[in-house]
Design a protein around this ligand. Structure first.
Ligand SMILES: Nc1ncnc2c1ncn2[C@@H]1O[C@H](COP(=O)(O)OP(=O)(O)OP(=O)(O)O)[C@@H](O)[C@H]1O
Length: 269
C-alpha cells in the first residue's frame, strides 16, 4: 500500500529532538544578490506556539529572510528546518507536505485582483487538496468567519474592500489549510491605529485558540508590545538579539536602544 505523504515524511526524514520545541530552525544561512551579501551566517529558532515579532531597520533583510525560509529566494549556505525537517534535503513531495502546514500573508496582502475573496481563499485548497466545490465553499465561509469578515465579502473583488478587510481576507487565505505556522509580513502596515489594534487582537486570539505559531515581520511598536512573546532584531546581516520585550528594553545596542527606548517609543508610553 502506498505511504501517505505524512508517513513518507516520517520515514525519510525523522524529526530531530528539538522539533518538540522549535517549529523553525535556521542555522548559519547566508543570502546575497550578486556581490551584495544581505544575510550572513544567520541563526534563528522559532518556538512552537509563540508569536515572534521580527524587527530591523529598513533594508536589513527581513523580507529576504522570510522569502529564503519559504524557499522563494535561494540561500548560499546554511540549513533551514521546519517542523524538524531539513528543507534542502526534502523531496518535492515532502516539501509540499511541509508547505501545507504553513500559511503566508505577504506585504500588501498580495491577493489576486481578478479573483473574488472566496476564490482567493480557495487558491491554496485547489493547489493542495482535492475537494468538491461545495466543500471548498463551506470552508471559505468558515475562514471568513474566523477572521471576522462578513459573509457578503465572499463575492467581492479585493479592489472593493477596505485596507483592513484586505488584510483579513489575506489572513483567511493564509489560514485556508489550517496551518501550524503562519508568516505575516507587516500585517498592520497601512491600517489606522484602531484597525491595527483590532488586527493584533485577532492574531493573538488565533494564536491562542488554534495553537498557531506566528512569525511576524513588523514595524509596529504596538504589536510588539501587545501580542509578541519574543522579539528578534535583524541587523549587521544577522539576528542581533532575540528575547522578550523586557530583554529589548535592557539591550544597549544603539539601534535597539533607539528603537525601543527612543523618542517614538517613549511617545507611545
Ligand atoms: N531580488 C533582489 N535582488 C537584489 N537585491 C534585493 C532583492 N531582494 C531584496 N534585495 C535587497 O536586499 C536588501 C534587503 O531587502 P528587504 O526587502 O529584505 O529589506 P527589509 O528589511 O524587509 O526592509 P523594509 O523594512 O524596508 O521592508 C535590500 O537592500 C534590497 O534592495
Amino acid at each position: 500500500m502506498p505511504l501517505s505523504e505524512a508517513e513518507e515524511l516520517e520515514k525519510n526524514d525523522a524529526p530531530r529532538e528539538d522539533d518538540a520545541e522549535n517549529v523553525l530552525s535556521v542555522k548559519g544561512i547566508t543570502v546575497g544578490f550578486g556581490s551584495k551579501i544581505i544575510l550572513q551566517n544567520l541563526d534563528l529558532d522559532v518556538k512552537r506556539g509563540e508569536v515572534l515579532g521580527f524587527v530591523g531597520g529598513s533594508g536589513t533583510g527581513k523580507s529576504v529572510l522570510m522569502r529564503a525560509i519559504l524557499g522563494l529566494t535561494p540561500k548560499r549556505a546554511g540549513s533551514i528546518s521546519v517542523f524538524g525537517h531539513d528543507l534542502s534535503s526534502a523531496s518535492e513531495k515532502q516539501r509540499k507536505t511541509i508547505e501545507r502546514r504553513w500559511g503566508v500573508l505577504f506585504q500588501q496582502g498580495a491577493l489576486f485582483s481578478a479573483l473574488s475573496v472566496k476564490q482567493n481563499i480557495q487558491v491554496p485548497m485547489r493547489e493542495h487538496l482535492k475537494l468538491s466545490p461545495r466543500l471548498m465553499d463551506e470552508l471559505a465561509t468558515l475562514k471568513l468567519e474566523l477572521v471576522g469578515l462578513p459573509q457578503d465579502a465572499a463575492d467581492k473583488l479585493p479592489s472593493e474592500l477596505s485596507g483592513g478587510m484586505v488584510k483579513r481576507a489575506s489572513l483567511a487565505r493564509a489560514l485556508a489549510l489550517d496551518p501550524d505556522l503562519v508568516f505575516l509580513d507587516e500585517p498592520t502596515s497601512g491600517l489606522d491605529p484602531i484597525g491595527a489594534a483590532a488586527f493584533d487582537s485577532l492574531i493573538a486570539k488565533l494564536s491562542s485558540t488554534l495553537g498557531l505559531t506566528v512569525y511576524m515581520v513588523t514595524h509596529d511598536l504596538d504589536s510588539l508590545h501587545s501580542i509578541c512573546d519574543r522579539i528578534a532584531v535583524l541587523g549587521q546581516k544577522r539576528v542581533l538579539a532575540i528575547g522578550t520585550l523586557d530583554d529589548m528594553m535592557k539591550n544597549d545596542d544603539p539601534w535597539i536602544k533607539s528603537y525601543f527606548r527612543g523618542e517614538r517609543a517613549m511617545r507611545r508610553a
